[in-house]
Design a protein around this ligand. Sequence first.
Ligand SMILES: [Fe+2]
Length: 476
Amino acid sequence: MPTTDFRVQEKYRYQNGFNSYHESEAVEGALPIAANSPQKPPYGLYAEKLSGTAFTAPRHENLQTWLYRILPASAHSPFEARESSTYNTNPENKPHEKLHQIPNQLRWDPFDIDETVDWVHSLHLVAGAGDPTMKQGVGYFIFAAGKDMGHREAFYSADGDFLIVLQHGVLDIQTELGKILVRPNEICIIPRGVRYRVTLPLGPVRGYILELYQGHFQLPELGPIGSNCLANARDFQAPVAYFDEDTDSEWTLLSKFAGHLFAAKQNHTPFDVVAWHGLYYPYKYDLGRFNTMGSISFDHPDPSIYTVLTAQSDHPGTAVADFVIFPPRWLVAEDTFRPPWYHRNTMSEFMGLIHGQYDAKTGGGFQPAGASLHNVMSAHGPDATTHEKASNADLKPMKVGEGSMAFMFESCLMVGVTEWGLKKCRKLQEGYNAESWEPLKPHFRRPERRVGEIRNGGEEKEGVIGDRSQVSHWTS
Ligand SMILES: [Fe+2]
């Protein structure tokens, strides 16, 4: 069965479909019929709208959800700035922690788990580009936590959508719109503004987050592939309505706002949405359900063939963020160098590994919970060991990536690295180039028999002739 064999059983129900108009009620009759904002919503609930796009966004992009709740989200005290000493998401917040744009290829050892912090305080911005205040760009975070969020705490980010890639542990996420269980090999998207609380039923967790400051994720176009394959819409799971009744306790509402952390108090639970309907909601997806495509003749296609979700820039086909995975798959291409080719990309590539060994990096330096960044136009490709193996491999059909799941955040933006990513985390590998590409040996040999050599200027050598048939603008 093409699903992940999870060690932890699912415990919640979901409604299926990507970008589907969903509706859910935890009490029968809580959703008003036809009207969104009747004078008196059912059962004395308040109606509230949550907008994911401008009201006037084109219909195919428009994302709005109506919530029917016990008290509106606005019922809280003013926000106050929280200390920033343990909160590390905004490089502008701390002048010494601006983003450093550097062309070096970077690779990190596995990031440590910190058992002393909860979800909110575990967020570490490692790299990014752009600015949430302009709703432009992306932030890449590492999270590593060991504690549940406070019993009466909720968090939201006003900066962007979180695409959470869990590497270790289990996340039990109570959102305003319902509950989601996230296990390794599942991803979860929590849209901008949605309030949630994260608990850790199996102890410490670790993983990666792509925060998308602009737009929202979509499924990639399929072009000639047709109407199915890659990530299929039906495999995305949104929660069903679930609510608590609590209007007596003091709650803390934490807000990530332009990278800064703010806190407000309220005397009721934020998880009081009895029913909702709309297009703007959190969801999850099992990467084991991805239908991987590849070459059945020769060469391998661009890695865009492995795109799970994409967020387009204003220029169609150019993504602010692509979420790409490298799942277990068969390689059958004939007379083909099967690992990725050497390349320099106009896009930046940030990679992580959920588990196993990435088939393009077999040298041991790219570990689960580690990462790499190959920035715009920074040259990279298989390490010397992998090249050696792949150049001499017997090209039988072979399964690669078994037990493995590597992924990539690819962006058209030049990504900068934070001070935490470069120094404070103390995980940056010194010898990445020295291990990976400096050992590459030249294999070029001039042919032994005398053949025509095309010379373009320079000194004529005796016996070296130009090849008229191959030079389109030959003049003698
Ligand atoms: Fe690449």
